[in-house]
Design a protein around this ligand. Structure first.
Ligand SMILES: [Zn+2]
Length: 77
């Protein structure tokens, strides 16, 4: 067994706890950075037949309603 002073053991114990907390913080920050996604641009459509509001690709001039299939134009505000 290696002889260690009590103060040295306490310091190493606290340093180990700090290292674990720092490692957890770095892993959590990396995980949050990976979850961030950019929103895709969309247009708001409102079905002229069933009045169902929905979002679709902003590049589309017309979109089919996901409920009834009616072709709709994007809402203008
Ligand atoms: Zn519809």
């Amino acid at each position: 067994m290696i002889p260690v002073h009590f103060e040295t053991a306490v310091v190493f114990y606290l340093l180990a706890i700090l290292a674990i907390i720092a490692l957890a913080a770095v892993c959590n920050a990396a995980r949050r950075r990976g979850m961030r996604t950019e929103p895709t641009p969309t247009h708001i459509f409102s079905c002229s037949k069933c009045a169902h509001p929905y979002l679709d690709n902003h590049e589309l001039e017309r979109s089919n309603c996901p409920r009834c299939g009616t072709v709709n134009e994007p809402q203008r505000f």
